[in-house]
Design a binder for this molecule. Structure first.
Ligand SMILES: [Zn+2]
Length: 236
């Protein structure tokens, strides 16, 4: 079915783009719900995030079991599986080993992503932190991450990275890019002095201009171009 092929292709593209943006390395993954089902596509455990192709994608269920594909799902598949189970409103999930977000998760100080414009993707307030540093290898751990995420768009994983959720692959990808940029700015500003955190009103006004499909598309298109220039989009 071409709709599912398009979804797999978009996942492969976004994985290579996340790699090119240094938001995933040999680990980290992005997935997409198979519309109207209790299954999702995710990239497989052994294939490089820099070269994964549409046909490599595997299918897993909401208990994290691999049900289709020539490879097995990544070991942290439970994070994705239980986020979909808990949140019927989301269609895509990314788990990042994003360097600056992981760094901020290691200090006992709240991170306010919406204190610089890119972070307005995430709204007001400090980003929740899932405190258990162990890798997410069980249903129970996946449920605990989903509980910490709550109704939000992202959760930090202490000393590890983050999970970002949203309604489309493009939206999640753009949010991943903005989250790391917001973390870099927050870190740099913190070195200079107390951060002037946006008020709720300021956040709402910036969000209005930022949380838009046109902004998401612009971030997506720019990263497609950048990844093509790096010659990482061939044989998708
Ligand atoms: Zn991980």
């Amino acid at each position: 079915m071409s709709e599912l092929n398009d979804l797999k292709k978009k996942l492969a593209m976004s994985s290579r783009m996340l790699f090119n943006a240094q938001l995933v390395d040999h680990s980290g993954h992005i997935s997409a719900r198979i519309p109207g089902s209790d299954h999702f596509f995710i990239l497989p455990h052994p294939v490089s995030r820099a070269t994964v192709a549409a046909d490599d994608m595997v299918v897993a269920d909401f208990d994290g079991k691999s049900v289709e594909g020539k490879y097995k799902a990544p070991s942290e598949v439970f994070m994705h599986a239980r986020a979909y189970k808990a949140r019927s409103d989301i269609e895509s999930v990314a788990h990042l080993h994003n360097h600056m977000v992981a760094t901020l998760s290691m200090v006992d100080k709240p991170f306010y992503p919406a204190s610089s414009n890119p972070g307005a993707f995430f709204g007001p307030g400090p980003m929740p932190v899932y405190m258990d540093p162990a890798l997410i290898h069980t249903i129970e751990q996946g449920d605990a991450v989903a509980r910490t995420l709550g109704k939000g768009d992202a959760v930090m994983l202490r000393g590890h990275g983050s999970m970002v959720v949203g309604q489309t692959i493009e939206w999640v990808f753009a949010a991943c890019v903005d989250l790391e940029e917001a973390a870099v700015r927050f870190y740099q500003a913190s070195l200079l002095g107390p951060v002037r955190v946006y008020t709720d009103d300021e956040t709402q006004r910036v969000m209005k201009g930022r949380r838009k499909d046109s902004v998401v598309q612009k971030i997506w298109d720019h990263n497609v171009a950048k990844t093509k220039l790096a010659r990482l989009m061939e044989g998708i």
